[in-house]
Every structure is written in C-alpha cells, then in structure tokens.
Design a protein around this ligand. Sequence first.
Ligand code: HAH
Length: 331
Amino acid sequence: MDNNIKSLCKEYAEYFPIGAAVNPKVIKSHTGLIVKHFNSITPENEMKPALIHKTEAEYWFEDADALVGFAQENRMKVRGHTLVWHNQTPDWFFTDNTGKPASRELLLKKMKEHIHTVAGRYKAKVYCWDVVNEAVEDTSSIYLRKSKWLEMVGEDFIERAFEYAHDSDPDAVLFYNDYNECKAEKSEKIYRLVKSLKEKDVPVHGIGMQGHWSIYGPTLDEIKRAVDKYASLGIKLQVTELDVSLYEPDYKGMELKAPLPELLAKQEEYYGRIFELFREYKSVFTGITFWGAADDVTWLNNFPTKGRKNWPLLFDDEHKPKAAFSSVLNK
Ligand code: HAH
C-alpha cells in the first residue's frame, strides 16, 4: 500500500460512508485496497435469494457470514442486498410442493420466512437493507415490472416485504433500490411508488439510487432533479451501486481495447462533479457505494456483453488510483 495515497473513506468521514460491493474472492485479492479506502461493504451476490436460499429446505450462509465477519474485523458497515427481486431468485419460491404455481398465501408465507430468517440472522450486523430491488418498469406505459411477485401476489408484495423486514430488525434502515433512477419517466414512477408506501405507513426509510451511470449521462442536472424529487419525500438517499462506464448507456456495439485518455479525462470530470453534488447534498445522502473496488473485477466487464472490458471505477486494473480518484478527493 502506498502511504502517500489518501484514504477515500477517511477523506469523506464528515460526509457519508464510502462502500464497495465485494465477494469472497475479492476480499482476498483486493484486501489492502478495500480496507484502506472503504468503510462499508455490500455483498455483491451472497445475500441474494439465489445464493443464500438456493433450496427451500436449506440456507447457505457461509459466504455471507464470511463477508459480514470481514466487515466486523475491519470495522466496516454492511449494506444488505437484496431480499425481494425478480432476478436471481430460485424457482421453488413460486411453486407448491407438487410443482404447481404457489397460491398468493403460500408465496407470501415463503417470502416472510425468507426475510425473517435472513434479516433476522444479520440483525444489528447489517445496518440497512435493499428490501425490494427493481420493482418499477422501464417501459413508459407500464408502472410496475411484470414479475412473478407482482403476478402471483399483487402490488402489495412490496408492502409485505418492507413489513417483514421491519419485523425482523426494527433498527435496520429499509431501502427501495432501482436503476435508471435519474430518467424522468422512471423516476416519476419510483417517486410514486415510495410516496404511496409512505402514505400507507409502510416502513420504508430510503431510496437506493443504483447509479450505474456513464460518462455520457445522466447529466448533472438530471441527477439533481431526481435527487430533489426523491428527497422531497422526506426520506434518505444512498447511491448504492455506483460505476461510471466509458461506453454509451445504450450499447452501440463498440468495444475498446484500452481506455482512451480522452475518455478517462471525461470520467475524471464526471466523478468530480457527481461527488461535488453528493457533498452538497450531504444532509440527504447517508452513503455512497461503488459496485466494485477496482477495474479488474467489475460486473461491467461482462455486461451488457460477456468479456467486453470496461473501466468504470476509481482504481485501475493494477489497483492504482486513477485520475478520477483524485477528482473525488479534490474537495
Ligand atoms: C444491478 N442491476 C443489481 O442490483 C445487482 O444486484 C447486480 O449485481 C448488478 C446490477 C442493474 C441492472 C441489471 O441487472 C440489468 C439491467 C439493467 C440494470
């Protein structure tokens, strides 16, 4: 570790915790970097239903426990991700023991048991949860995403999830989390959803803005508009999965073999501006989490196309700070 390099989370101590999504492999390969710069972690996959509750009869806590243990040893916070999602959720949730589609009652019973067990196990260890992930639809004419949860339970699957999470750990801060959260139409729907939950006294405490952004957008104005709108609900905000891609958001088929200097310069500027905004709004942001630690291991090296290299984070493939790192530190 280079001692001349400042610590990101220490520099932001008076603002908000700085997090990184991690997995069991990365806490070994990137230990020094993670411990030095981050004071919060999110298990990237290990708390998702598909991994922690692969089969109905059994829970698979080993990896999640190891990440929570790592956080505790290093005095880091843990964000839990995620309890209810349309993706990475095993099929057994949605069927009865004869293989037929589960009834609404059965599915809610399974949801309750799952949430009580997972959020209950990590009570007081996980300080906040992404209770429901990505329930809002991207297409303009549709409000909620078509999913088995919506089809088999109805719109109130969202309320029930928050109630079960709140029962499990009354002190946990509960988030609704989504992407494309700065797009005008979708942010309107996310706002509408969380507003309606608040009006029904559902225990929702925050909106997680995933923050899968690109040097081409959203613009600072678009981000600001979304932040103002969400904050007007009187809730807290976090950026939960931040990365800044070097590609157009709508993949145009181009592929870079190396990060072009002019793109890295744009990224440096973009990161500088968004962190300036986060600091300005420090009374509403209670955390900023990156979806990874360094460019060598990021989901964007396989999304939207397997093997297409990207460079979306503050540390490069060799774990060295990029220009973007300096722009985030330059307050
Ligand atoms: C996020 N979805 C998920 O919340 C996270 O759990 C996962 O590891 C990576 C990204 C973002 C997303 C997606 O999965 C599919 C299409 C658009 C955006």
